[in-house]
Structure formats: structure tokens, C-alpha cells
Design a protein around this ligand. Sequence first.
Ligand code: PMP
Length: 385
Amino acid sequence: MTSRWQESMMDNYGTPQLALERGEGAYVWDTDGNRYLDLLTGIAVNAVGHAHPKVVEAVTKQISKLGHTSNLYVNEPALALAERLLDLCGVPGKVFFCNSGAEANEAALKMSRRTGRTKIVSTVGGFHGRTMGALSLTGQPAKRTPFEPLVPGVSHIPFGDVAALEAAIDDDTAAFIVEPIQGEQGVVMPPEGYLQEARRITSEHGALLILDEVQTGVGRLGTWFAFQQAGIVPDVMTLAKGIGGGLPLGVTIGFGAAGELFKPGHHGTTFGGNPVCCAAALAVLDTIAAEGLLEHASAVGKEIAAGVEALHHPAISGVRGAGLLLGIMLREGVSAKAAAVAQKAGYLINPIQPDVIRLAPPLILDESDAQAFVAALPTFFEEQA
Ligand code: PMP
């Protein structure tokens, strides 16, 4: 299966490492029957683990009842999900559904144009997707350069730098978009108080604060959303990845007045609010609450971080992140090789930068699996000593 791809699929992702066939809980199996602990795809595929019975049941029931409807009509799962998300946010607002993180940010970008301003400030190293609008917001040159010219009016300032933000934002700025933690850049944390300062500065100039919570939202950091940890309310929040329980779902929420920026005809997408995807997301949110997965993610994340630090391994310089979004910082250049060795040993980890391994397991990851991973970690560097 791994060699067949070359005949029929575009080479966007390089040679596939594995052909996967099945998943259950925090495990996946390849086509040869080998089992792997999935510390990687939790970020996107599944907050609650693979093939969670509640998600399977919700999807099966919904697709046999109503699999799709035109967005000229509304459907109960979409309505219930919008209400539930606003309830979890604890802030009045309005919800727009789409199919991916890039699309959720496209919607946010278009919403910002409705302010009548066109200047956008984003961050160096920030990742917001790969469609042309979302790519314009993304601050990673290697991804942008081959596709320039991009949407005009976007500037990129260093992440975490309050003085740079103060200098970049003025009364012509439509929005500042930022991730609470830069996921794709290697789980980079801003300094304490950064989001609060971003809120203050954007408010002072009447600019929207857009938080891209595609990686940090839906329980990953041990709270429903990162903005709640920071004690601020953004104007716009975007979600995707883990919320759909493995189904494609993007969400753009406008809080307060930002929820009124779009008028009929401004924006839309065929599958936005698809009842099956929304039913899956409701099952994910139910499961996170019913199984206490916020507290669990926080506790297991802390345990992994402490365990990795306690190894005092020469290849590891530290751990950063929060909840179950962790970056293990390494000696430069060893992450790809370590991930390859880990895979042979039955662990899927993500060498996100040459010197960082990102861990983003399903939130249900249990303590014994987390401990087994920490114990195995030194062996991933043995051949590279
Ligand atoms: N925003 C962030 C913070 C992301 O990490 C990603 C995906 N890595 C995206 C947006 C884009 O999401 P998608 O791949 O679903 O378009």
C-alpha cells in the first residue's frame, strides 16, 4: 500500500511512513498488523481516541437519519453544537461552521474585512493554514514564498513581543491573529501575560483579536479553550482538528459584535454545519465532559513533562507546552531520526522541527501508556549518540 500511492496520489506529503488500517483508543494498527501508540494524530483526528463508541454511535445514527442538508436549511445537530460551544465559551456570540482550520481562518479573515479596514497583523512562525488567505496569515517563509503574491496588507511580527505588537497595531488595523501556543512552529509558548496585552492593545485600537485555537482548543490544554486560561475574551476564535472526532469540521465563532459582521451572501460553504460532523462533535464534547478529560489531559501532560525532565538525557534540553500539547526540545537535528526509531518501537511521534518533537496524543491517553513512552524515550536516541 505504501508504494501504490506514487501512481495515484500527488506528492504533497513525501513518502508515507506507514499505511494505517485501524484505530482504537490511543492505538492504531498498520496493514501488517503492527500496533502503535498514537502520540501524534490526537491533535487532529480525535480528542477522544480512535473509534470511540460514543462517536461511532452518534455518527452512525445521524448518517442513517439525515446525512446532509443544504445550508439554506438548518439542522438540529448544527444548532445544538452552536449552542453547546457558546455555552462552553461562556460568552454570547454567533457560530459559523466549515470544514477545516484553514477555512475557519478564511472566514475570520473575511470577517475582519467587514470592519472596513484591511491591515492584518500576524506572527512570525504562526501557522493558520495553506489556502491562499490562510497562507497569507501564516508566518512561515518556506510555506509562503512559492505562492507569492499573497493577500496584501498582512505583516508578521515576532511572537510574544508586546513592544512589536504595540508598534504594529494602529487605528487602521482590522485584526491581530495569533495562536495561544504556536503548534506547528514547535509548541512555542508566549511569555506570561502576552494574550492579555494583545487583548488590551487590539481593544485600544478597535482591531479584532482573532485567536486561532485549532490546536489549543477543545480540551487539549486542560481547559475547554486556551482563552479561558488567559482570562480574556477574543473577538473571534477558530477551531478545527480534534473537535470533529475524526470528521472534518471547522468552526469560526464571533463573540459579541464580531458575531454580527457577516450578512446574508457574504460567506458560505456546502458542507458547513453538516449534521454528521456536528453530531460527531457533540459526542466528542459530551465525552470530554463525561470522562473528565480536561482534568485528565492536564494531569497526564504534567506527568509526561515531569517524567521527561527527570530523564536528564543529554539529547533532551527540556519540555514545553501545556496539557497534552507538549514539545520535547532536543539537540539540534535529532528529531526526525528519533521519530523513525520510535516508530519501529511502536510509538508515533511528530518531529515537528529539527529540534522539537511534538506530542499531541488523544486526551484519553492513559497513565500507564504515558509512562511506557517516557521510559522508552531514551532508546530513541541510542543510535544517534
Ligand atoms: N491553524 C493552526 C493553528 C493549525 O495548526 C492548523 C493545521 N496544522 C491550521 C490552522 C489549518 O488547519 P487545516 O489543516 O484543518 O486546514
